[in-house]
Design a protein. Structure first.
Length: 254
């Protein structure tokens, strides 16, 4: 084999290798861009779900403070659950369970489509994973004094799975809306059974909030931390934090 042939073969080999490496990095870059786009889209939805859940927790906890304070006003759970109309009571029960379930639904969507547990070196994504894990741990925590709205890890996943809309596809998934959620509670016995104990927990919470205050306050604070991670520049949730007692920092009605 002459020198020219050897050189040609070497050049061809190097070219093939370069093409393969370039192709690999191009595909990797495109994959990372797709993941970032999904994280932006789904991250916004997760942030809104966290916002709605922490808002309801704030109303419950702030309402408990109002109930303990001298005066003629009653807190959220007392006003709309214990002393409210049947329609108001049922709204409090269902909407409280819904905002918890919707949050778990968006966590499940992230897990399915982005597989964010393996998103690499992004510090923001690592912080999302860390805070979501912390929220799951608070929901999962076992205590003889407080088991209201407690969900084991597998139950969190199961409820998240139930909240993912069946018509969605990768990259375009969504959660059940409130009307769809209520309709399934009424019409689907299997679906209802997964949420029956949570609905009962809301009733127990209305009767006695005190035991649940520390864990629910910690859960609310973790949700606010998640919002901070997902919306670091406060573009979606500008100026919504207001310090108050019992380590609460958000005043929102929903």
């Amino acid at each position: 084999m002459d020198v020219l042939t050897l050189v040609s073969a070497f050049v061809a080999l190097v070219g093939a290798a370069a093409t393969a490496v370039l192709g690999y990095w191009t595909q990797r870059r495109l994959r990372l861009m797709d993941q970032r786009n999904l994280m932006d889209t789904y991250g916004a939805s997760l942030a809104w779900a966290a916002y709605d859940l922490q808002s309801r927790l704030y109303n419950i906890l702030r309402g408990h403070e109002i109930d303990l304070s001298p005066g003629t006003y009653s807190g959220f759970m007392t006003s709309f659950h214990l002393q409210g109309t049947p329609q108001q009571r049922e709204y409090v029960r269902r909407s409280t369970v819904f905002v918890l379930a919707e949050y778990l639904g968006w966590v499940e969507i992230l897990r399915r489509d982005i597989q964010f547990l393996d998103l690499g070196q992004s510090r923001a994504n690592q912080r999302v994973v860390k805070v979501v894990s912390s929220i799951g741990a608070v929901l999962n925590r076992t205590s003889s004094a407080d088991d209201v709205l407690r969900l084991w890890r597998a139950e969190q996943r199961a409820i998240g799975e139930l909240m993912v809309h069946p018509e969605g596809e990768s990259g375009r998934r969504r959660c059940l809306g409130y009307a769809e959620f209520c309709a399934k509670l009424d019409d689907d016995d299997v679906f209802h059974r997964w949420f029956a104990s949570l609905l009962e927990d809301v009733d127990r919470l209305a009767e006695d909030t005190a035991q649940a205050v520390p864990r629910l306050a910690e859960l609310q604070q973790n949700l606010i931390t998640l919002i901070d991670v997902l919306d670091p520049k406060a573009e979606r949730f500008p100026q919504f934090r207001q310090p108050t007692g019992a380590a609460l920092s958000v005043r929102v009605a929903n």
